[in-house]
Design a protein around this ligand. Structure first.
Ligand code: 5GP
Length: 137
Protein backbone atom coordinates (compact mmCIF):
# COMPACT_ATOMS: atom_id res chain seq x y z
CA UNK A 1 0.00 0.00 0.00
CA UNK A 2 1.28 3.50 -0.91
CA UNK A 3 2.48 5.44 2.15
CA UNK A 4 0.47 8.54 2.98
CA UNK A 5 2.21 11.91 3.13
CA UNK A 6 2.45 11.97 6.95
CA UNK A 7 4.03 8.48 7.06
CA UNK A 8 6.61 9.87 4.61
CA UNK A 9 7.23 12.86 6.91
CA UNK A 10 7.67 10.49 9.89
CA UNK A 11 10.15 8.41 7.88
CA UNK A 12 12.09 11.55 6.89
CA UNK A 13 11.29 11.15 3.19
CA UNK A 14 9.55 14.54 3.11
CA UNK A 15 10.92 17.48 5.12
CA UNK A 16 8.92 19.40 7.67
CA UNK A 17 9.40 22.12 10.27
CA UNK A 18 9.44 19.89 13.34
CA UNK A 19 8.10 21.30 16.61
CA UNK A 20 7.98 18.24 18.86
CA UNK A 21 8.87 14.57 18.68
CA UNK A 22 8.79 11.57 20.99
CA UNK A 23 8.36 7.83 20.41
CA UNK A 24 4.66 8.09 19.63
CA UNK A 25 3.93 11.64 18.51
CA UNK A 26 5.25 14.15 15.98
CA UNK A 27 4.23 17.81 15.65
CA UNK A 28 5.21 20.13 12.81
CA UNK A 29 4.05 23.27 11.02
CA UNK A 30 1.18 22.78 8.59
CA UNK A 31 2.37 23.73 5.12
CA UNK A 32 -0.77 25.81 4.51
CA UNK A 33 -0.45 28.10 7.61
CA UNK A 34 -4.15 28.98 7.82
CA UNK A 35 -2.91 31.33 10.54
CA UNK A 36 0.66 31.98 11.71
CA UNK A 37 1.93 28.98 13.67
CA UNK A 38 -0.78 26.56 12.46
CA UNK A 39 0.56 23.16 13.41
CA UNK A 40 -0.32 19.50 13.05
CA UNK A 41 0.08 16.84 15.71
CA UNK A 42 0.14 13.27 14.43
CA UNK A 43 0.48 9.76 15.77
CA UNK A 44 3.63 8.08 14.51
CA UNK A 45 1.83 4.81 14.10
CA UNK A 46 -0.62 4.93 11.22
CA UNK A 47 -4.31 5.20 12.04
CA UNK A 48 -6.81 6.65 9.61
CA UNK A 49 -8.39 9.18 11.96
CA UNK A 50 -9.56 10.15 15.47
CA UNK A 51 -12.36 7.60 15.37
CA UNK A 52 -10.09 4.65 14.66
CA UNK A 53 -7.02 5.33 16.82
CA UNK A 54 -6.82 3.50 20.19
CA UNK A 55 -7.58 5.76 23.14
CA UNK A 56 -4.15 5.67 24.79
CA UNK A 57 -2.44 6.79 21.60
CA UNK A 58 -5.05 9.43 20.90
CA UNK A 59 -4.51 10.83 24.39
CA UNK A 60 -0.79 11.23 23.74
CA UNK A 61 -1.52 13.24 20.60
CA UNK A 62 -4.07 15.41 22.42
CA UNK A 63 -1.54 16.12 25.22
CA UNK A 64 0.84 17.62 22.68
CA UNK A 65 -1.98 19.55 20.97
CA UNK A 66 -2.85 21.07 24.35
CA UNK A 67 0.78 22.09 24.92
CA UNK A 68 1.00 23.75 21.50
CA UNK A 69 -2.23 25.61 22.15
CA UNK A 70 -0.86 26.85 25.46
CA UNK A 71 2.33 28.04 23.76
CA UNK A 72 0.29 29.93 21.15
CA UNK A 73 -1.54 31.83 23.89
CA UNK A 74 1.42 32.38 26.21
CA UNK A 75 4.14 33.23 23.73
CA UNK A 76 2.77 33.88 20.24
CA UNK A 77 0.23 36.58 20.91
CA UNK A 78 -2.73 34.38 20.03
CA UNK A 79 -5.97 35.33 21.73
CA UNK A 80 -7.64 32.00 20.98
CA UNK A 81 -6.90 28.60 19.48
CA UNK A 82 -8.96 26.15 17.43
CA UNK A 83 -8.12 22.51 18.03
CA UNK A 84 -9.73 20.38 15.38
CA UNK A 85 -9.53 17.05 13.70
CA UNK A 86 -11.37 16.05 10.53
CA UNK A 87 -12.67 12.49 10.19
CA UNK A 88 -13.31 11.24 6.67
CA UNK A 89 -13.49 13.15 3.41
CA UNK A 90 -17.03 14.40 3.98
CA UNK A 91 -15.73 16.27 7.02
CA UNK A 92 -12.80 17.76 5.13
CA UNK A 93 -10.12 15.16 5.86
CA UNK A 94 -7.62 15.21 3.01
CA UNK A 95 -4.77 13.22 4.58
CA UNK A 96 -5.86 9.79 5.75
CA UNK A 97 -3.58 9.65 8.80
CA UNK A 98 -4.82 10.79 12.22
CA UNK A 99 -3.84 14.41 12.86
CA UNK A 100 -4.96 17.29 15.02
CA UNK A 101 -4.82 20.87 13.79
CA UNK A 102 -3.73 23.51 16.30
CA UNK A 103 -4.72 26.86 14.81
CA UNK A 104 -3.74 29.98 16.76
CA UNK A 105 -6.34 32.76 16.45
CA UNK A 106 -5.17 36.35 16.53
CA UNK A 107 -8.42 38.06 15.62
CA UNK A 108 -11.72 36.91 14.19
CA UNK A 109 -10.75 38.15 10.72
CA UNK A 110 -7.43 36.27 10.57
CA UNK A 111 -8.49 34.13 7.62
CA UNK A 112 -9.83 31.02 9.30
CA UNK A 113 -13.58 30.61 8.97
CA UNK A 114 -15.31 28.09 11.15
CA UNK A 115 -18.97 28.49 10.45
CA UNK A 116 -21.27 26.76 12.93
CA UNK A 117 -24.68 27.61 11.50
CA UNK A 118 -27.79 27.01 13.53
CA UNK A 119 -29.73 24.37 11.59
CA UNK A 120 -31.87 23.16 14.49
CA UNK A 121 -35.17 24.32 13.05
CA UNK A 122 -37.47 21.40 12.25
CA UNK A 123 -35.32 18.79 14.00
CA UNK A 124 -36.76 16.60 16.73
CA UNK A 125 -34.08 17.18 19.38
CA UNK A 126 -35.53 14.84 22.06
CA UNK A 127 -35.69 11.99 19.52
CA UNK A 128 -32.14 12.67 18.32
CA UNK A 129 -30.86 12.78 21.91
CA UNK A 130 -32.59 9.51 22.76
CA UNK A 131 -31.26 7.78 19.65
CA UNK A 132 -27.67 8.82 20.35
CA UNK A 133 -27.95 7.93 24.05
CA UNK A 134 -29.27 4.46 23.19
CA UNK A 135 -26.36 3.86 20.86
CA UNK A 136 -23.77 4.95 23.43
CA UNK A 137 -24.70 1.96 25.56
P1 5GP B 1 -6.97 17.72 6.68
O1 5GP B 1 -7.62 18.48 5.56
O2 5GP B 1 -6.74 16.27 6.31
O3 5GP B 1 -7.65 17.88 8.00
O4 5GP B 1 -5.55 18.40 6.87
C1 5GP B 1 -4.41 18.02 6.18
C2 5GP B 1 -3.42 19.14 6.35
O5 5GP B 1 -2.16 18.65 5.96
C3 5GP B 1 -3.71 20.37 5.50
O6 5GP B 1 -3.93 21.50 6.34
C4 5GP B 1 -2.46 20.54 4.65
O7 5GP B 1 -2.04 21.87 4.49
C5 5GP B 1 -1.43 19.72 5.40
N1 5GP B 1 -0.39 19.14 4.56
C6 5GP B 1 -0.60 18.42 3.43
N2 5GP B 1 0.58 18.03 2.91
C7 5GP B 1 1.55 18.50 3.73
C8 5GP B 1 2.98 18.43 3.71
O8 5GP B 1 3.60 17.83 2.84
N3 5GP B 1 3.63 19.06 4.73
C9 5GP B 1 2.98 19.71 5.72
N4 5GP B 1 3.74 20.29 6.66
N5 5GP B 1 1.63 19.82 5.76
C10 5GP B 1 0.92 19.21 4.78
Amino acid sequence: MEKDIFCKIIDGEIPCYKLYEDNDVLAFLDISQVTKGHSLVISKKHYDNFLTIPKEEMHKVMDVAQLLGQVAIKFMGAKGVNILTNCYEEAGQTVKHFHVHVIPRYESTDGFILEMKNNAEGLNLPAIANFVKENLK
